[in-house]
Design a protein around this ligand. Structure first.
Ligand code: 5AD
Ligand code: SF4
Length: 542
């Protein structure tokens, strides 16, 4: 019988979970893998390395001091900018942070930001003495740069991990043990679930923790799992120039901002990539100049919200001029002020090389003030192409999605863009099947597609993410086995007072019939309010 009894937690199940501000660093000891337990791995460096490892292990056991965490949490960007080799933590020497020519195989999933992040991670590892390989079989370290935007993207990684597990197990004892790392959004979203579920994952690094990769890999060398999923308010990797991997490339991506403050209700990005922050104008211009000198013909400016760009690094521009939004659009956050905006950056970037095409992705429709549209119209080398993610054609659904605009405001913006930039190419993203979407809502999306006549459309089936799996009309409790159980907040019978109809309150025991299960959560419908003693009559061990 699939009845489970849950104790309600003193919390309503809101779409926005507590993860919003969670950021943490985990350094985990996994004795089963550890050289501390007496198991030593054969390695080319032989006895000498073994001794060094023991020495390292005893220093690591002492652990970093509180001062160390304070120090690494507030390393100013200027300091890192000039230093190729970062100060080692107290339990490591500079030599131990070096890659010893280990070969790294990087595999990228998801969006263009991840492609760029892969090159940032590689640039950091290369400076630390690692080599890169495109041959999986010869790799000493395999790093997957992951995506969490939809469930399917995550499932692909879980499947890949199973394949890599086989590779790790089959590894010859005469070689250094293979290390596997999960980087990016999935590392940030699932944190210890990955380490617990897939014991062969050695390294976990969130999108803001790539500078820490040499340390994480060194810790992993000693046979321990190492993780850093701290999100940052100011990390933009401004000083880390991605390595240009293909000498014959004609186009490149330049990251200009990271993170997202919009909190659209279906989207995991604000939780995996953190708050919005922009890379200083000067460092972007420097990178674009270098690319132009290398003869590149096209640069795409990248960011989760590329046109929300705002460089606040220069004091003289932190004035109180408030932000111009597209007409009829609003934000979910308090209006920001000051800083150098996207129009300024676009103007500067496009002046560097009149023969270099400039594109940008992915923008939010709220940030298209007239000055941006005018610039795109006037400047020959800024492509007349705008991605304008609508997500839905129904104002009702747009409100539920917290997009900050109605269908009418969106359509008005389309007309305004077409008037301002004749011949402009338009593309969009749409999500079908969002919570509560009706057939009528869906038809409105279809009618928007017909009305606008986009050049390209990216169409997604809604994929429920962990933070939005529960709604305000649902409750959550834990069963005896400590599994999370979600069920609708409806009236039920109270077995302690027959005939009485009640709604569950925090602290109540309720009997729930389980109807579905995901990897971490059970769902069901509530049968009655009960007591611990009475509930045992309903539950069989089966
Ligand atoms: N389910 C389906 N699609 C999503 N997107 C973002 N989150 C989800 C989700 N949970 C889509 C949006 C966004 C694009 C990058 O991915 O359309 O614009
Ligand atoms: Fe996600 Fe884009 Fe909305 Fe940000 S603006 S929450 S990245 S869909």
């Amino acid at each position: 019988m699939h009845h489970l009894q849950c104790i309600l937690q003193a919390q309503r199940c809101l779409g926005w979970g507590p993860l919003a501000s969670v950021s943490w660093l985990l350094l985990r000891t996994c004795r089963a893998h550890s050289s501390f337990s007496g198991t030593t791995y054969p390695s080319p460096e032989g006895q000498q390395e073994d001794g060094a490892r023991k020495d390292f292990s005893s220093r690591l056991a002492t652990g970093p001091t509180f001062q160390h965490f304070l120090r690494s949490a507030s390393v100013p960007q200027e300091k890192l900018a000039s230093a190729d080799v970062v100060d080692p933590p107290p339990y490591l020497t500079v030599d131990e942070l070096l890659g010893k020519q280990r070969k790294v195989y990087l595999e990228t999933y998801g969006c263009q930001m991840n492609v760029n992040d892969t090159e940032i991670a590689w640039s950091i590892l290369q400076k630390s003495g690692y080599l890169r390989t495109s041959n999986l079989q010869e790799a000493d370290v395999i790093l997957l740069v992951t995506c969490s935007i939809r469930e399917k993207a995550e499932q692909t990684i879980w499947n890949r991990l199973h394949q890599l597990k086989a590779l790790k197990t089959k590894r010859l004892r005469s070689r250094v043990p293979l290390k596997i790392g999960i980087l990016g959004c999935m590392a940030e979203r699932l944190k210890e679930e990955i380490l617990n579920r897939e014991k062969m994952v050695d390294i976990l690094a969130g999108p803001d923790a790539y500078r820490d990769l040499p340390r994480l890999l060194t810790v992993a060398e000693s046979g321990q799992q190492a993780a850093n999923v701290l999100l940052s308010l100011d990390e933009t990797y401004a000083d880390v120039m991605p390595v240009q991997t293909s000498p014959s490339a004609t186009s490149a991506f330049v990251s200009i901002m990271r993170g997202c403050d919009n909190m659209c209700s279906y989207c995991i990005v604000p939780f995996t990539r953190g708050r919005e922050r922009s890379r200083p104008v000067a460092s972007i211009l420097e990178e674009v100049r270098k690319l132009s000198e290398q003869g590149l013909k096209e640069v795409t400016l990248l960011g989760q919200n590329v046109n929300s760009y705002r460089d606040n690094s220069e004091v003289q521009f932190s004035n109180a001029v408030s932000t111009n939004l597209s007409r009829g659009f609003s934000t979910n956050y308090k209006t920001k002020q000051g800083g150098l905006r996207f129009a300024h950056l676009l103007d500067q970037v496009s002046r560097i090389d009149p023969e270099m095409r400039i594109r940008f992705t992915s923008p939010h429709p709220k940030d298209f003030p007239d000055e941006v549209l005018q610039l795109i119209h006037e400047r020959d080398n800024i492509c007349k192409q705008i991605h304008l993610p609508a997500q839905s054609g129904s104002s009702r659904v747009l409100e539920a999605m917290r997009r900050g605009y109605s269908r009418e405001a969106y359509v008005e913006l389309i007309h305004h863009i077409r008037e301002s930039i004749p011949g402009v190419s338009l593309s969009s993203d749409f999500i079908a099947g969002f919570c509560g979407e009706t057939e009528e809502d869906h038809l409105q999306t279809v009618s928007l597609l017909r009305e606008v006549q986009y050049n390209i459309g990216f169409l997604f089936a809604y994929s429920m993410r962990q933070l939005s799996k529960r709604s305000a009309t649902e409750l959550c409790g834990r069963n005896d086995g400590n599994l999370k159980v979600i069920f609708p907040d409806v009236e039920m019978e109270d077995t302690t007072d027959s005939g009485l109809r009640v709604r569950a309150q925090p602290g109540d025991y309720v009997l729930v019939k389980i109807t579905s299960a995901s990897s971490q959560t059970l769902r069901g419908h509530v049968l009655c309010r009960t007591t611990l003693k009475d509930s045992s009559a309903y539950c069989s061990p089966e």
